[in-house]
Write a protein that binds this ligand. Structure first.
Ligand SMILES: C[S@@+](CC[C@H](N)C(=O)[O-])C[C@H]1O[C@@H](n2cnc3c(N)ncnc32)[C@H](O)[C@@H]1O
Length: 281
């Protein structure tokens, strides 16, 4: 019998809240209080087309949620955590934190694995690789090196079950933002957290998937926000507060907020950074 099929010690034991189950570059946990100020009191449909770790989604737990991302492995994992959490936990329990095991798992082709094992591989690599980064080579293969931790918690049944419960009923789509935004209806709310416009040439952190997110993507995103506004959809967008991003959204409300930055390869990249919030209404 699978170890996590019927374990009352795990299910329903803790009243703790659901939260992100992956570490994600640009994760918004530290900015939640600021983001909450711009979320409507009554949520109809909630959309996150750049869901990443989903910090805002998990903090709000909206009833009608549409989550999407262009990272197919991430989205597959969300779907498995929602639908097959016991299978994912079983598969995770077979992993160990050792460099040779990590390298063997990293070399596997995820597409050839059974669905739950594929999701477990993603979570295991995310929690044990260097800085929790997601980076792939030209062939689309994950290539982040082994990370040094005391005891990384890649197997956290309580957290994964809480995340699974929060995801029940959510529509989860592997799609670029233009496609997933088509589902937004008048009266809905959209939170957009794209890869940020780099504040300097070396600070670029946009290779989340094979395709990086360049300035033309930022322009298409601004056009998509203007279209949401015309359709009566409320939106909140976060980005870095560069001059050109501020110009791109000059027709909308803007606010600068300060957030501690955690994901950075360089020590001097840490510290407080200016972030821009853009919103309508
Ligand atoms: C800044 S992260 C989102 C972080 C998230 N808010 C959190 O709290 O963890 C940006 C996300 O956008 C996704 N992404 C990049 N290009 C995209 C595109 N064209 N369409 C949809 N998602 C995209 C990346 O895979 C990444 O997960």
């Amino acid at each position: 019998m699978p170890a996590y099929a019927l374990n009352p010690a795990i299910d329903g034991q803790e009243p703790r809240k659901a939260g992100p189950f992956v570490k994600w570059a640009g994760g918004k946990t530290s900015l939640l209080a600021e983001l909450h100020k711009h979320v409507p009191g009554r949520l109809r449909g909630y959309h996150e087309p750049f869901v990443g770790g989903g910090a805002l989604f998990f903090s709000l737990r909206p009833r009608r949620a549409f989550l999407a991302d262009s990272n197919g492995e991430l989205i597959h994992t969300y779907q498995q955590v929602r639908d097959q959490v016991c299978g994912v936990l079983d598969a995770l329990s077979l992993h160990v934190y050792e460099r040779s095991h990590f390298e063997r798992v990293r070399a596997l082709d995820p597409v050839e694995l059974p669905p739950s094992e594929r999701a477990a591989r993603f979570i295991y690599l995310n929690k044990t690789c260097f800085n929790g980064l997601w980076r792939v080579n030209r062939a689309g293969r994950f290539n982040v090196p082994f990370g040094r931790y005391k005891a990384p918690t890649f197997l956290d049944p309580g957290a994964l079950i809480r995340a699974s419960q929060a995801l029940k009923g959510a529509q989860i789509q592997h799609a670029p933002f233009e496609l997933s935004l088509q589902k937004a209806r008048p009266g809905d709310f959209v939170y957009l957290d794209p890869p940020y416009d780099p504040v300097s040439a070396t600070a670029s952190f946009t290779s989340y998937t094979q395709d990086s997110f360049g300035w033309e993507d930022q322009e298409r995103l601004a056009a998509a926000c203007a279209a949401l506004n015309r359709r009566g959809v409320r939106f909140l967008l976060s980005n870095s507060a560069t001059d050109r991003v501020r110009r791109l959204y000059r027709g909308f409300e803007q606010r600068i907020v300060h957030a501690p930055r955690h994901v950075s390869c360089k020590a001097d990249g840490r510290g407080r950074v200016d972030e821009l919030l853009v919103f309508n209404g």
